[in-house]
Design a protein around this ligand. Structure first.
Ligand SMILES: Cc1ncc(COP(=O)(O)O)c(C=O)c1O
Length: 637
């Protein structure tokens, strides 16, 4: 399969094209002349590039092995910068009469280093945080020092949550409660009156605008979040009665994440503006419009209105939102609100790269030395062998049918003890050889059945990766999210194999078989003896770390945060060792001490029964204790 391994004419450009690098890299990645993938960024106006292999080497020197996540602070900063600047430019260009304030939704990546960096770099932009729970509000209060940055509290709020938010206002924070349900209102009123604090309130509205994308069925009237028009009136009346309608200042909506169509966004903003106008007419002191998240990431890079892509640019997103607001509010002579957005995915996705090595490959190629049936073999084996002599482009379908028939017959005979294992192995091998011949000749053949057309797929390699889909790329499993994946080295060599990727879990879903460009296989290089082969999965900074799980007890991977300097050097600003076996056992409530003691008793019994010596006992106990402190992934000695 794909036998042409001639590298002479293969260039970095060919690799870039194969992996559609230009489509999705957003200027952050490129390939150097040595065939290594580099991270590219601007540091103080200087364009700097760092090969990912250098980072892997640096990690190995620090005993941080694969799989691992790299967070690139420069890329995170860049994403924040372009978001804020795009809104600023759009405001200037359309003459919008107010400012933009972004808030990062903590749920998108709660890792302390990410939130810290967003707060640090976001300070000049007054970039704030969105909290959807009490722990997230505590993060926001502890991290944000800039009083001009906003804290937007979404989600259901109990008294404790409300008190925390009111205390934040006392401290000078601009902390908004977005009302998700009318039942929150009496509690807010009571606690605000008790603490003598004037709350900053918003309502989350349920738009009837439906959006395309992963969460299509949860949008519109069936959305589980937000207040309908009746409930908004109920909220307004309760606040009016408490003489607190002037606290209601913000309108919030969230159409869903990863919205691929700008048309949906425009329609959503348009509908939201009507609510804004009406709430103003009702007497609310409206000043803020929070358009939620939804700004999509073009994982596929095809700029289309499809699940893993988007049909708009960041500039278009900003100007369309502002223009739509102006078109609705200007005729009503209503002041332009401060515009808030809660972009999470677009802020965090590009900054993390997930790396793993390949441990093994399953090929579906025939083995040469097994071809000949031994003397006295079953006739059917000989019949299978004969197919190879008669196969030609005109009889491919017939040969395919016959090969299936004889292969199945031999399997059947094996099950009934009439054929030996060696004969069965030869049959399977001959069968593979017939299929490979069919594949080679198919381009010259006429019409073939769908089954034959799909042969390519069933004969592709399986590359076994040292990682867990469930731990590191949960959305690839849960919502069929596609991430760009490619080797990070050997990119000046032609990738001669086509493969799907299996992870370490014993789960049929623990695989990657959907790649960008709607491909079911990925072009990869042949493994070389004694040499590691590294793949990178890109744009994984949003949601993946947070949603991960411990399937098969594969734990958190090693993580490094790097900062790239102007001179092309880089620093490991943070290193976090992945979970040990002891850690993951502890997560699922095992008592490590008790486990050690129970195992000690088992080993001691073996000594008593003279199965092992005391010396062996010591070695076994040492291995057991060492294993507990080891990495949960495949380790090379
Ligand atoms: C209320 C709210 N705001 C913001 C976001 C972040 O959305 P995104 O990551 O698409 O920017 C979400 C996520 O779905 C959300 O539920």
């Amino acid at each position: 399969m794909f036998p042409d391994s001639n590298n002479q004419n293969w260039s970095a450009e060919d690799s870039a094209e194969t992996y559609r690098l230009e489509d999705w890299n957003a200027g952050h990645f490129s390939i150097n002349k040595d065939g290594n993938l580099e991270i590219e960024c601007q540091v103080n106006e200087t364009n700097v590039r760092v090969p990912i292999m250098d980072i892997i080497k640096g990690m190995q020197d620090r005993d941080l092995f694969m799989p691992a996540l790299i967070r690139v602070e420069n890329i995170l900063d860049h994403s924040l910068k372009i978001l804020n600047e795009a809104f600023k430019n759009a405001i200037d260009n359309c003459g919008y009469q107010n400012v933009y304030r972004g808030v990062f939704p903590i749920k998108v990546n709660q890792q302390a280093q990410i939130v810290e960096e967003i707060v640090r770099f976001g300070q000049p932009y007054n970039h704030g945080l969105e909290a959807g729970s009490k722990p997230e509000l505590i993060i926001a209060l502890a991290m944000l020092e800039n009083e001009d940055s906003y804290i937007v509290c979404n989600g259901y709020k109990d008294e404790e949550f409300i008190d925390l938010g009111l205390r934040a206002i006392q401290l000078g924070y601009k902390c908004f409660f977005v009302i998700e349900t009318p039942t929150e209102v009496p509690v807010i009123i009571r606690r605000a009156q008790m603490l003598g604090v004037k709350p900053m309130l918003g309502t989350r509205i349920k738009l009837s605008t439906r959006v395309e994308g992963h969460w299509q069925k949860d949008s519109g009237d069936r959305s589980i979040f937000g207040l309908n028009s009746l409930q908004i009136i109920e909220v307004i009346d309760m606040l009016k009665e408490a003489d607190m309608l002037d606290c209601l200042q913000l309108l919030h909506f969230h159409l869903g994440s990863q919205i691929p169509s700008i048309h949906n966004i425009r329609r959503g903003v348009q509908e939201a503006c009507r609510y804004y106008v009406s709430m103003k007419h009702e007497g609310a002191a409206m000043q803020y419009m929070d358009v939620g998240g939804g700004l999509a990431v073009d994982y596929e890079g095809n700029q289309q209105r499809s699940l893993n892509s988007k049909n708009y640019t960041l500039d278009e997103y900003c100007s369309d939102i502002l223009e739509t607001i102006m078109m609705t509010l200007d005729p009503e002579e209503i002041d332009h609100p401060v515009i808030i957005s809660e972009s999470g995915r677009a802020t965090a996705a590009y900054s993390s790269i997930f790396l793993f090595n390949i441990l093994d490959v399953a090929h579906f190629d025939p083995v040469r030395q097994l071809q000949e049936p031994p003397q006295g073999s079953d006739e059917k084996l000989k019949n299978l062998r004969e197919i190879l002599e008669i196969i030609n482009p005109d009889n491919l379908q017939e040969c395919y049918n016959d090969a299936n028939y004889y292969r199945d017959e031999i399997r059947h005979l094996f099950q009934h003890g009439q054929v030996e294992l060696r004969e069965r192995a030869i049959a399977e091998n001959l069968y593979l050889e017939v299929l490979q011949n069919i594949l080679k000749m198919a381009p010259e053949a006429g019409v073939l059945s769908e089954e034959v057309e799909r042969l390519q797929q069933s004969l592709t390699d399986i590359y076994y990766g040292n990682f867990s889909v469930f731990q590191s790329l949960p959305d690839a499993w849960a919502i069929n999210q596609v991430f760009p994946i490619m080797p990070v080295h050997r990119l000046n060599e032609k990738p001669t194999r086509q493969a799907t990727i299996a992870d370490l879990t014993c789960d049929c879903d623990g695989k990657l078989d959907h790649f960008i460009g709607d491909e079911s296989t990925l072009a990869l290089h042949e493994l070389r003896d004694g040499e590691d082969y590294y793949l990178g999965t890109f744009l994984v900074g949003a949601y993946q770390e947070t949603l991960s799980d411990l399937h098969n007890l594969f734990g958190d991977t090693n993580v490094v945060s790097i900062r790239i300097n102007e001179d092309g050097s880089f620093e490991f600003v943070h290193e976090i060792e992945g979970d040990t076996i002891e850690d993951v056992l502890d997560y699922v409530e095992y008592d490590i001490k008790a486990m050690k003691e129970r195992f000690r008793r088992t080993v001691e019994r073996a000594v008593r029964e003279e199965k092992i010596t005391v010396k062996t006992r010591q070695q076994i106990l040492k291995s057991f204790a060492e294993s507990l402190t080891g990495y949960t992934y495949y380790e090379v000695d």
